[in-house]
Design a protein around this ligand. Structure first.
Ligand SMILES: Nc1nc2c(ncn2[C@@H]2O[C@H](COP(=O)(O)OP(=O)(O)O)[C@@H](O)[C@H]2O)c(=O)[nH]1
Ligand SMILES: [Mg+2]
Length: 333
């Protein structure tokens, strides 16, 4: 990665990874090119960006035309909500929609035949005092892979790769998902990262979710899976219907998002708002919280008092103070 990238460049690159529609991608790429320091060291990256821009332009035009035909908006856009986005993927009938139905208030169609889920659907999963966004997706098979699913995986904080332990096809179906992804620049991995030499190649942190452990023969199929398709990903064995293992999975999802919860109050308030904590990435500062609240708040923030695990109650701290889980923060502007 070249040195001296501006904050705007990095922000645009982060947004590019999370873009779910070609016109969004295009905008981000254009910002990246504009912000990229132009010198010999960035020649290759400039050329790559220009290539990507011309490709994204074509795609944006195409999807705009398709959108007209369908009366849609040219690409499905799902706003991010909650403490993080978790995208559920896998072969058909693996129980993705069933898990969403079991842990959220959403009511996706669940059925014993494939392709019931045709469009990605977001739903909020409560966890302790926050909520995490789950996105249910259509299946990935050897000959079926919606481009929007690829975009969602790229923008996900975590992907859950579902495996069907009730079916003898479970292993082959999972292999088909991995093979399909191998033909794209979107890959599953044990941790999220970007390939430094190829800005298109994205790796998204993934858990393997072996589902339907309640079914006849599931334990034997799990053995076979380990033998014939050993996966690097952290594995969770669950049942979306009986909920075996689901609490454990939920806790691991929360942990993997690596966020801290912050309760804020103004000096005039006696108690902070304990119902609705803000969440930010671990390592985030007071200024990050202020920005979430309001741009003006960030600009005008002078100090804050913190009640939490790492400081004496009510300690006055500066704006670069790194926050900890469950800190209570009183903001002074
Ligand atoms: N026994 C059992 N059946 C399940 C489980 N999860 C889902 N199913 C069934 O598997 C079928 C497919 O589920 P669905 O959620 O629609 O799969 P999707 O295509 O991955 O969304 C449905 O008949 C579900 O009732 C589970 O944990 N145990
Ligand atoms: Mg489904």
């Amino acid at each position: 990665m070249p040195a001296n990238l501006t904050l705007q460049y990095l922000k645009a690159e982060a947004a590019y990874r999370q873009a779910t529609a070609p016109d969004e991608e295009l905008q981000c790429l254009q910002t990246m090119l504009r912000e990229l320091p132009k010198h010999k060291g960035t020649d290759k990256l400039q050329a790559e960006l220009k290539q990507k821009i011309s490709r994204a332009k074509k795609q944006a035009e195409q999807s705009a035309q398709q959108g007209k035909g369908k009366g849609g908006g040219g690409g499905l856009r799902i706003p991010r909500q909650g403490a993080g986005r978790v995208v559920l993927i896998g072969g058909p009938n693996t129980g993705k929609s069933q898990l969403v139905a079991s842990v959220t208030r959403a009511t996706p169609e669940v059925a014993p035949y494939p392709y019931t889920t045709r469009e990605p659907g977001p739903a909020m999963m409560p966890h302790e005092d926050i909520a995490i966004q789950l996105v249910d997706t259509p299946p990935i098979t050897a000959d079926f892979f919606e481009p929007v699913v690829q975009a969602l995986i790229r923008g996900a904080d975590l992907t859950l790769l579902f495996i069907d332990l009730a079916s003898d096809e479970g292993i082959d179906d999972t292999q088909a998902v991995l093979d399909k992804l191998a033909t794209t620049k979107t890959r599953l991995a044990t941790a999220s990262y970007l390939d430094e030499n190829d800005i298109g190649l994205t790796f998204t942190k993934t858990f393997a979710v072996a589902n339907k452990i309640d079914a006849d023969g599931a334990a034997d199929r799990l053995q076979l899976l380990h033998e014939f398709l050993p996966l690097d990903f952290r594995e969770f064995v669950i049942s979306s219907t009986t909920l075996t293992g689901v609490d454990n999975l939920k806790a691991a999802i929360f942990e993997s998002l690596d966020v801290v919860r912050i309760y804020t109050k103004l000096p005039s308030q006696k108690e902070p708002d304990y119902d609705k904590p803000f969440t930010i990435r671990r390592g985030g500062t007071l200024l990050d919280i202020a920005e979430l609240i309001h741009k003006d708040m960030a600009r005008n923030l002078k100090t804050a008092r913190v009640w939490g695990s790492e400081v004496h109650d009510g300690t006055t701290v500066k704006t670069d103070y790194i926050l900890h889980d469950k800190d209570v923060v009183e903001l002074h502007v």
